[in-house]
Design a protein around this ligand. Structure first.
Ligand code: GRF
Length: 203
């Protein structure tokens, strides 16, 4: 399967997806990386791997829909089967998501539906949560809101600070995302029209 990855920053999850794609039996290939931030570290990483890159800054466009039109235009030349959001800091419109229904995945650094949005590690600590983690889910028009595909739990330690906790969750993200993408790329999961994740063990 052809995969396009959307990023805005350092791209460590992108790196994990690329690394896992080197396995001989890997059912997906990262064919392009798009970023709304031309300075994103992940773009340089992709270029080093000879993956096609697209920097499409929001500031170059008058409106959100004009920006999305440019992103869709890039996608029509890439023809991916699946889009993976990996630290992409923009909310996709309902129109965009509708066109790619069930074919967009996202990774989020909390156990959804707990803690959608930003600063999840800081919030987990200040709420006194003892279990934290990360989630891969299908993307709908809400923020960090679509049907859950898989999660990894991370135990919060009594002496954790935000950085230490973030680092352990990030490690879990790097394991979880390639595994979940593999399920999507082999059609073992899909999103139902009612917005649920269907797990298909038969194939
Ligand atoms: C990750 O924590 C991801 O879960 C969140 O944004 C961060 C991106 O990090 N959506 P990176 O760019 O993949 O290193």
């Amino acid at each position: 399967k052809r995969v396009a990855v959307f990023i805005s920053g350092r791209g460590s999850n992108l790196g994990a997806l690329i690394a896992a794609s080197a396995a001989q039996d890997c059912p997906y290939r990262i064919v392009a990386v798009l970023s709304d931030n031309p300075e994103a570290g992940g773009l340089a990483l992709a270029a080093r791997e000879n993956i096609e890159t697209f920097a499409i800054p929001r500031s170059g466009f008058g409106s959100r829909s004009a920006h999305e039109a440019a992103v869709l235009d890039a996608l029509s030349s890439i023809e991916p089967d699946i889009i993976c959001l990996a630290g992409y800091m923009r909310l996709l419109s309902a129109e965009f998501v509708g066109q790619w229904k069930g074919r967009i995945l996202n990774i989020h650094p909390s156990l959804l539906p707990n803690l959608p949005g930003l600063e999840t590690h800081k919030r987990a600590l200040s709420l006194g949560m003892r279990i934290h983690g990360c989630t891969v889910h299908f993307v709908n028009e809400g923020m960090d809101d679509g049907p859950i595909i898989g999660q990894a739990a991370v135990v919060v330690r009594p002496d954790d600070d935000e950085n230490a906790l973030a680092a352990r969750v990030l490690k879990a993200e790097h394991r979880l995302y390639p595994e979940m993408l593999r399920l999507a790329a082999t059609d073992r999961i899909r999103m139902s029209s009612g917005g649920e994740t269907i797990f298909d063990d038969a194939s």
